[in-house]
Write a protein that binds this ligand. Sequence first.
Ligand code: ZN
Length: 322
Amino acid sequence: MAVFGIGILPLFATVTVAFPKPGDRLPQVDRTWMSGAVSREVKSLKVQGKDVEIYRTGAWLAMVSVSGGENSIEIIADGATTNVSIKVQHGKIATAGDAPQAAGKQPVYKKLPYAADEAKKHPSGKTPGETTIAIDPGHGGEKDTGATSPHGHFEKDANLALAFEVRRALEALGYKVKMTRETDRPLVLTDRARIACGEDGADAFVSIHHNSTPYDRDPRLARYTSVYEWNAIGKALAEKISARVGAALEGDVENRGVLHANFAVTRNPEVPSCLVEADFLNTPEGEEAVWNGVRRRKIGEAIAAGIDEWCKGGAGSTGESS
Ligand SMILES: [Zn+2]
């Protein structure tokens, strides 16, 4: 966990900024959403002169106006002032988190070089003990942290924790499980699906992620669960997982169902693959939910139940013809 403290305030009150990190460079924007946390004693918070709501856990969100170059953002917690510097870089547009492709930008399809062109046989003829599922906890290592929550917790750790729950639930059902990583280590994106390809690979590949909103969008307006597919064999698997996760989170988080996206780990013609975005972690409520262990186990069991249903589904589970 990396929290960027920006000054010890009187009465031991601290205020932190998780996104953007102090000194971060942002692409060309005229406003951005900041997130962070304050210690529990703090009763009032102003960011750039505007009152900011402090949530139950001490997390906060603020929309700030910025211009090209250095911006000094003034944060006042219970009367004590501190400043954070954000650099805005003109002319370079980037996306944040795992948001689907930016509008108007055509995604480029690049086939995974090691994947065969023919889809593997559906595992309906096998027992769970003869069936292997590959689970891929997204991101990992020092540089690829994934999204950041208001208290500075990283998506890579939430993904690994949920992946362990999926593995536990699958093993309880009798399946064999392969993980792309079991520790906090970096992995090349296009190498991840390799674990599932070939005779000794796996019957299905499921990547586990948590979502976040782009830097310029109000994080409170988009929080949902979704599963991404790229082709018909992946879609059939995605649909089973999505239905189970949606049911497990009913009344908690909106279910946007199965969505189509060109992700490196899912564009696999050989192995049915999908990517689960379990929830959003960059709102105060989302952070609290994502780091709730009881809820995490429930989601892990739902993902495993969806995979199990797909495995037992037979020919009808292979989805629409492509
Ligand atoms: Zn991710």
